[in-house]
Design a protein around this ligand. Structure first.
Ligand SMILES: [Zn+2]
Ligand SMILES: [Zn+2]
Length: 366
């Protein structure tokens, strides 16, 4: 796969010598600030420092701000998605050099611990979901990426920098947690509850597996329009209540869903997915939850169903990038709003009112 390199990174005005930068810092529940912080430097020979070119805001960031992710401490630079240029690479980094244009994976993978070797870098013993969580993240001018060889991907030809940010998290999460984990098969009926960026990613990537139906469910008609444009065969506006279950069942020919994907992160959408399952069905939870959801075992116990949960491992990122590079996966329509990096707080405002703003993914440019 061919890739891009910025020819002369040293030509930019002394970026490598700067000791401070601006970044979006989490200040505790519902508080954040775009402020000056120390510019990250290499801390280990396996690190790279990446100058951010594009970044974005994830639903997970809103969950962090809402207090749903208590492992994020005040003072943390948020963000786990980005495309940038390698500024510095540690002496042990073999695959990347200054000037390389890269996608920063939301998952940091050492590649050698027991969990990485099991193909589960989401729970890497010295990485996993670290960026914008337990170490400083990508909503910043620069980011330190540990284990650069396992945690960066070259941006291939044919994939724009803006589209590239969708491969940090959205597309691998959608595909791995919403399609591969519940093992969507040919001619199956898939229901996707929640047509935000991740749900839409599930609509797009489930179609790679040949389902007979992909039914998108959301409260928002604009998101359903997007779902239809991206390959949903049917759309259901979810006004709440029992009617929605009847409506979806009717669309499925009364049989229930082989795979129901929860892509919202709320108890009621998880419980709706459980109600929609056909015997033998799989409920794939993709959403980030901050409250318990109930599991109707009194009804589900004889139904041969499976509930899957997963944090993205981001092991399919190279494959998905290759699909995009070949023109087989167009993620462009997922980007609806653009801001400069300095407008990040405004971008949060828009993204947190996604329905009114008709926002899917907001991309911030340095
Ligand atoms: Zn994310
Ligand atoms: Zn590891």
């Amino acid at each position: 796969m061919s890739h891009r390199t910025v020819k002369d990174p040293a030509a930019r005005p002394s970026a490598a010598r700067r000791t401070v930068m601006r970044a979006l810092v989490y200040k505790g529940r519902h508080r954040m600030a775009w402020e000056e912080v120390p510019r990250p430097a290499l801390a280990a020979p396996t690190d790279a420092v990446v100058r951010i070119v594009k970044t974005t805001i994830c639903g997970t960031d809103l969950h962090i701000l809402g207090g749903d992710v208590p492992t994020v401490m005040p003072g943390r630079v948020l963000g786990h998605e980005g495309v940038g240029v390698v500024e510095e690479a540690g002496t042990a980094v073999r695959l990347f050099k200054p000037g390389d244009v890269v996608v920063v994976s939301c998952i940091t993978s050492c590649g050698v611990c027991a969990r990485c070797k099991r193909g589960m870098p989401s729970h890497c013993e010295s990485g996993g979901w670290a960026l914008g969580h337990t170490i400083d993240g990508t909503q910043a001018e620069f980011v330190r990426v540990p284990f650069a060889d396992g945690s960066l991907h070259r941006l291939p030809q044919g994939v724009g920098e803006q589209e590239g940010v969708l491969f940090s998290d959205v597309m691998p999460t959608a595909y791995e947690c919403g399609v591969l984990r519940p093992a969507v098969k040919v001619a199956e009926r898939v229901v996707v509850v929640g047509a935000g960026p991740i749900g839409l990613g599930v609509v797009m990537t489930s179609r790679l597996h040949g389902p007979s139906e992909v039914i998108a469910v959301d409260k928002d008609e604009h998101r359903l329009e997007a779902a239809r444009a991206l390959g949903a065969t049917k759309c259901v506006e979810n006004a709440g209540g029992a009617r929605v279950v009847e409506t979806i069942r009717a669309l499925e020919g009364g049989e229930g869903a082989d795979v129901a994907v929860e892509a919202v992160g709320r108890p009621e959408s998880f419980e709706l997915c459980a109600e929609l399952l056909a015997p033998g069905g799989r409920l794939a939870n993709v959403g980030v939850h901050g409250a318990p959801a109930s599991l109707a075992l009194e009804r589900l116990w004889p139904m041969n169903v499976t509930v899957t949960t997963q944090l993205v491992d981001a092991v399919t990122t190279p494959r998905l990038l290759r699909m995009a590079s070949a023109g087989l996966l167009d993620v462009g329509p997922l980007v609806t709003h653009r801001f400069s990096l300095g407008e990040v707080e405004k971008a949060y405002e828009v993204f947190s009112h996604a329905a009114e703003e008709r926002a899917l993914k907001v991309v911030l440019s340095a």
